[in-house]
Design a protein around this ligand. Structure first.
Ligand code: SF4
Ligand code: FES
Length: 234
C-alpha cells in the first residue's frame, strides 16, 4: 500500500492529508451510506449512518480523518444491518408517508432505505404530533419528516448568514428544529426561497410552495439511480 492510502473493504483508497474517510471514499467513487453529511458543510457526526469499523472499532467515517494504513470495513452485512436498524428508527420516530410526499424520489432517507434493502419499519410507530408551518409566502415546513440532521441549521448560519433554524429541546421526543423568530413562525423571519437552506433538506421538511410535483415521480433524482450511485457522483 502506498503512503497516503487506507483500505476500504479491501481496496486501497488514496487520500489527501486532512481529508476525512468519507471525503476520500467519495472522491474514489465509493459509497458510504450517510444522511447528515453534506460535502458543503463541516461534518458533525449526528446520524451515525456512516459508521464504519476502523481497525475493528466503530467510528463515524464523516468525522474520522483518513490515516495511512488503516483498515476500514464499510459495506459488511454487520454494518449494513445496523444501518437498516437506524433507518427503521428514523422512519418510526417521525411521520413518513412516502406515497403522498412531495419529496418522494428526491428524498435521501427513502433512497437510502431502498438502497440498503429496508423492507419494513420493524418497530412500532411513535406517531408524534409535529407541526406544519405554512406562514411563509413561498415555503412550507412539514416537521413530520424531520430527521434532525442539522443541515438547515448549518446552511442558514454558514451559507445564508441568517440563523433562521436552531436545534432546540432535549431527548428523543423533545429535540426539534426551532424557528428563530419571536412567534416561532417562518413567515416572521427573513428566510427566502433562494436561500441555500431552502434546498438543503435531505427529506421533505422544507418545501417550495406552488412547485409541487413539478418533476413527476418516476423521473426524480433517486428514481434515475440509487443513492449509492447518486451520492458519490453529485
Ligand atoms: S428540517 Fe430537514 S435539513 Fe433541517 S434538520 Fe430536519 S431533516 Fe435536517
Ligand atoms: S453521515 Fe456521518 S454521522 Fe451522519
Amino acid at each position: 500500500m502506498s503512503e497516503n492510502t487506507f483500505l476500504l473493504d479491501g481496496e486501497a483508497i488514496p487520500f489527501v492529508p486532512g481529508q476525512t474517510v468519507m471525503q476520500a471514499a467519495k472522491a474514489a467513487g465509493k459509497y458510504i451510506p450517510h444522511l447528515c453529511w453534506h460535502p458543503e458543510f463541516k461534518p458533525h457526526g449526528s446520524c451515525k449512518l456512516c459508521t464504519v469499523k476502523a481497525n475493528g472499532r466503530f467510528v463515524s467515517s464523516c468525522t474520522m480523518e483518513a490515516a495511512a494504513g488503516v483498515t476500514i470495513e464499510n459495506r459488511t452485512p454487520e454494518l449494513d444491518d445496523k444501518r437498516r436498524t437506524l433507518l427503521q428508527l428514523l422512519f418510526v420516530e417521525g411521520n413518513h408517508f412516502c406515497p403522498s410526499c412531495e419529496k418522494s424520489g428526491n428524498c435521501l432517507l427513502q433512497a437510502t432505505a431502498y438502497d440498503l434493502g429496508m423492507m419494513s419499519p420493524h418497530f412500532d410507530h411513535f406517531f408524534p404530533d409535529r407541526p406544519v408551518d405554512a406562514s411563509h409566502p413561498d415555503i412550507l415546513l412539514d416537521f413530520n419528516r424531520c430527521i434532525l440532521c442539522s443541515l438547515c441549521v448549518q446552511a442558514s448560519e454558514q451559507a445564508d448568514k441568517k440563523n433562521v433554524f436552531v436545534m432546540g429541546g432535549r431527548g428523543m421526543r423533545g429535540r426539534r428544529i426551532i424557528i428563530n423568530s419571536e412567534s416561532g413562525k417562518l413567515g416572521d423571519t427573513d428566510f427566502a426561497a433562494s436561500d441555500r437552506a431552502a434546498s438543503i433538506c435531505p427529506v421533505g421538511v422544507i418545501l417550495k410552495k406552488r412547485v409541487g410535483f413539478a418533476v413527476p415521480i418516476g423521473e426524480r433524482k433517486y428514481d434515475q439511480a440509487p443513492a449509492s450511485v447518486v451520492e458519490v457522483t453529485k
